[in-house]
Design a protein around this ligand. Sequence first.
Ligand code: GLP
Length: 244
Amino acid sequence: TVFDNEKEASKSVAKRISALIIKKQEQGVSAILGLATGASPVEVYKELVRMHKEEGLSFKNVITFNLDEYYPMQPTAAQSYVTFMEENLFNHIDIPKENIHIPDGTLPKEDIAAFCLDYENKIEELGGLDLQILGIGRTGHIGFNEPGSAPNSGTRLVTLDDLTRRDASRDFGGKENVPTKAITMGIGTIFKAREIILLAWSKKKASIIKKAVEGEISGSVPATYLQHSDQVEFILDTDAASEL
Ligand code: GLP
């Protein structure tokens, strides 16, 4: 779906998320959301905060699982995805702290595999993700599933692509400061969500969007795996859609 601009598109996504939250509230159950970081979802989160403040949208019945986190990473660091989520969403809404899940960048290496399995199990036990929000990296990654990721991959420790680290270098004051690894939900984890929305804005994303939507399905552009699913919607602005 192509919108004139990021703001209009983000408002429509926020509306869908709020409708899901309200529907689940009425059913007396939790809404299970998979959330993303990066610039792409920022306006969606802004609109959700506005709906909370001005329209009384409550997040008390919302449980969230973030896609990924750098490794190693202290949650209090300015570049952590914990800080990102707090600043852009969690600090401004009424979500209970215990409902928030973000991969732990502080774990000793030997504990990561068990943590990842537990992350998957928690999602399953809650009945699975109702909705997963995604951005897309210029390598075609979703979450931090870089080229070479298997379509059935689960939550795990991965090595970041050089281009991804270059793109993150501004946040870290130089590529040499960007962690080389991350913990990410897998492609298989993402695929289990009942609905997937991928957001992309600006000309900068136009060529990777073309590859993801129209290119041959291949592990060298992990986002092409999304072509396999009927539950996926790409929400774009005209610039990101300009090469389609
Ligand atoms: C990071 C995140 C991804 C995100 C991507 C795109 O690599 N781990 O989940 O989709 O950046 O970021 P942006 O939305 O800033 O373009």
